[in-house]
Write a protein that binds this ligand. Structure first.
Ligand SMILES: [Zn+2]
Length: 479
């Protein structure tokens, strides 16, 4: 406990960062404990130094901490190539092991990937399944699963920016900062873009924006194999974890809204990722297809002057300057119409990350390996009634990083008729520190919805905690 209490000191962590690369290397690859000890001792004596909590090449947690297990890496590890699905042969064993548990459960849907984003699904017995089949529950067909976040709550706008970081991102981050609203946006980043635009990503994190997952290469996820889904999500989580001080993302958004129960289940049960969709499509993505800006302005204005009862989770982008300029242009209207802006976790009262409250807080050394039985079948096989939400099934682009997405109609009825009660899910965060674990990792409550939510269980094995803490203390003594 002592070691983690100490390590929780932001100043200490910042001091350690001074030695980040060599420190990691020593921990990972050498037996030079004496030198390591000297470095640590020096860090302890210089902990009054305060700096940005962000650095691109350091860990906030010891590489052998429980928190690091799911995303632990060696100093020579690299990332997959950008803009294509990472080869599954490079998937870390910890991810593969958990996927095997999930797939073996009774809850796992009995179909695989579909042939294309417009193809049907085939059950293992050959039965053809359509998008509104309860076991499929495709979001873009209007099916709502209570596990998803789709509503921001009365009077709230859940501000989201997809597809960043990009060349256009800095102007967005500057605008948000100038208006002291850097923390209101949830940025669903593409892993390949984080790889290509590290400076822009650093600016995002340093400015205080909330970071979430938008896959590695922006594919239609329902067309991916189980293993490819894991690779797309896992590597994006990995690079965010690496570049954002060991914070593990808690939310993701499927590209094009292409989300069925198989994808939904792998995201949540393998990685603890809650799916975030939307109920207000700005259609800013269609500008690149020729839609006039005036049309987008009108679409957004209609939402802003419309019903506030369910709130709006706005689908917006930061892929190009037109996207960014559109938000900047419409921001005054959001304020003048009385909306309260917030990022996704703030709209639902949750922490930003699975192991940290926000960008400026140190991550708790939780184990993020999920070991509990997966959730009850009802959540993934027959829990989701089709609602009155209408949608277009036409996706507008096939470019891998396009911001095109299938759209939910602006005239949708937002009230949900979902009546299924989610069973307790099974994401287990094992705490190994004195830091209080996230009070709950429940699937975020969804305002205005006729569902109850019992959340996910949290198990804190005190014996394991004691073991790790003792080991940490011994390590301190040794060095
Ligand atoms: Zn996207």
């Amino acid at each position: 406990m002592i070691i983690y209490s100490i390590l929780d000191s932001t100043n200490l962590i910042i001091s350690i960062a001074v030695f980040s690369f060599s420190f990691q290397k020593l921990i990972y690859t050498s037996k030079m404990w004496t030198t390591t000890g000297l470095l640590l001792a020096f860090a302890l004596t210089t902990r009054s130094t305060r700096a940005s909590p962000i650095a691109s090449d350091r860990w906030f947690q010891e590489p052998d901490s429980a928190a690091a297990k799911l995303f632990a890496r060696g100093p020579s590890d690299s990332y997959p190539d950008g803009y294509s699905t990472p080869p599954t042969s490079s998937t870390p064993q910890a991810w593969t092991d958990r996927l095997a548990q999930v797939v073996a459960s009774d809850s796992f849907p009995n179909y695989g990937p579909r042939a294309s984003e417009t193809a049907p699904w085939y059950a293992s017995d050959g039965t053809v399944l359509q998008s509104n089949d309860p076991s499929v529950c495709l979001f873009t067909s209007g099916c709502e699963n209570p596990l998803d976040i789709m509503y921001a709550g009365e009077g709230n706008i859940g501000v989201t920016f997809d597809d960043g970081p990009s060349d256009a991102s800095p102007s967005l981050y500057d605008f948000l900062a100038e208006n002291k609203i850097s923390d209101v946006g949830t940025h669903f980043v593409i892993g390949s873009n984080v790889l290509s635009y590290p400076d822009q990503f650093a600016q995002l994190v340093e400015s205080g924006g909330h970071v979430a997952v938008h896959t590695w290469s922006h594919p239609y996820m329902t067309t991916m194999s189980n293993e490819e889904i894991v690779a797309e999500l896992g590597w994006t989580m990995q690079i965010i974890y690496d570049q954002n001080g060991g914070k593990v993302p808690k939310y993701w958004r499927p590209p094009y809204g292409d989300l069925d129960n198989r994808v939904r289940m792998i995201a949540l049960e393998v990685f603890g990722l809650v799916s975030v969709v939307w109920n207000a499509d700005s259609r800013d993505w269609s500008m690149s297809d020729g839609t006039p800006k005036s049309t987008i302005v009108q679409t957004i204005s209609d939402y802003l002057t419309g019903d506030k009862s369910n709130g709006l989770i706005f689908l917006e982008h930061e892929l190009n300057q037109d996207d960014v300029d559109m938000f900047i242009q419409m921001y005054p209207s959001m304020i003048s119409n009385g909306w309260k802006l917030a990022n996704i976790p703030d709209t639902v009262g949750e922490d930003w990350y699975q192991n940290a409250k926000d960008n400026s807080s140190s991550p708790s050394p939780h184990s993020l390996i999920q070991t509990a039985p997966v959730a009850a079948p009802t959540l993934y096989q027959d829990a989701a009634p089709t609602t009155s939400l209408t949608s277009s099934s036409a996706a507008s682009s096939t470019a891998s990083t396009s911001n095109a997405t299938t759209q939910s109609s602006a005239s949708s009825t937002h009230a949900s008729s979902a009546s299924t009660t989610p069973a307790s899910s099974s994401v287990v965060i094992t705490s190994t520190s004195t830091v209080a674990p996230t009070s709950q990792t429940s699937v975020a409550p969804q305002p205005q919805r006729n569902t109850s939510n019992s959340g996910m269980g949290i198990t804190i094995p005190s014996g394991f905690s004691l073991l790790i803490s003792t080991a940490g203390l011994l390590w301190l003594i040794i060095v």
